[in-house]
Write a protein that binds this ligand. Sequence first.
Ligand SMILES: NC(=O)c1ccc[n+]([C@@H]2O[C@H](COP(=O)([O-])OP(=O)(O)OC[C@H]3O[C@@H](n4cnc5c(N)ncnc54)[C@H](O)[C@@H]3O)[C@@H](O)[C@H]2O)c1
Ligand SMILES: [Zn+2]
Length: 366
Amino acid sequence: MRSVKVHLADHRDYPIVIGQNRLQELPLFLDQCLQQKEKKRRAVLVFVDEKVKSQGFELINILSGRGFEIHSMIIPSGESSKSLAQLSTIYDFCAEKSLTRQTVVITLGGGVVGDLGGFVAATYNRGMDFIQIPTTLLAMVDSSVGGKVGINHSGGKNLIGAFHQPRGVWIDLNYLETLPQREFLSGLAEVVKYGVILDESFFVYLEKNSQSIIAKENNILQDIIQRSCELKAEVVKNDEHELTGLRMILNYGHTFAHAFETISNYGELLHGEAVSIGMIVASRFAQMRGYISEEVTQRQIRLLQTFNLPVKPKKEWETDQLIRIMKRDKKSTVGQLRLILPTRIGEVKLFSDIEEREVKEVLQVR
Ligand SMILES: NC(=O)c1ccc[n+]([C@@H]2O[C@H](COP(=O)([O-])OP(=O)(O)OC[C@H]3O[C@@H](n4cnc5c(N)ncnc54)[C@H](O)[C@@H]3O)[C@@H](O)[C@H]2O)c1
Ligand SMILES: [Zn+2]
């Protein structure tokens, strides 16, 4: 299996392993990730997204065959599970089963189950160890790396959360087999993002191998997941708690994307689709300011379109409303718009001098 190490201070380094058909080796991986602690700690709490219920049973079978004491909960699929109500149900379950801090949380699902289960691990009994087993491409390349966990609140998405790093991340390509193609393609938007913000040669690799990626060729998929994890891990290592601003580069395209998701009520667009449009709008912005040539934007458009991703804001989205939403975004400080803009393929910078009229102008291109 391939392995990427996430380096963190205070001996909290952890491995991300990537492979296929290796479920039998999971108990060993758990032992390795949790080795510092006493051997007898074998109780696990498994959160399973309802769409991967059968894979959940398979996992539980393997663990119970190896002596783990299993507690499990099926989590309804979808963003609405990242709620206080769901969290409360889970805490009730933990208390009722008298789970202790020694219980290890395992999340099997996409970003929703990872964020929710991770937050339980961060808070119940002042913190438990946890292992992420991502089952969507987005979770494999993004949400399971970096330790951000949390739930939503009516006042904002991910408003209640913590930094709580997993002890290990286990990526098995088999899980992608049942993932709807649209979800898979949406995850690719974040993969393209890594190329634009940090690594031109990775971007070129994506251009060259786009057809094999769509065909889900095993080795190529492992390559892109590995490279994405490496790139994100490097950013997280250097700015774990989002203090220096470095981690903000991961938000390329996201200020626009959040506005698109909000204006369309989180209904019609998947996150990666919104990010895809957002990256192109941001790229156009950079072009407007003369930071990059048209070709830099065009290359991104071509690649994203190969992955069947949208690249233009919808005509019915009202510009003024989008701007209002963007100003409310928690990443913009007191109403001042800030944007991550590309300066070439492979490099982005944070700009804090963003004028509303410029945003307006760039949003008119549809
Ligand atoms: N923590 C972070 O750093 C971070 C980063 C990015 C996104 N996120 C969060 O991640 C969430 C989005 O994650 P996501 O895109 O994985 O969404 P998701 O978890 O909602 O999964 C998408 C859909 O796919 C289904 N599904 C999951 N795995 C499947 C499989 N193998 N086969 C069939 N169906 C499957 C789910 O039930 C769901 O319907 C958001 O809540 C977002 O805030 C967190
Ligand atoms: Zn994202």
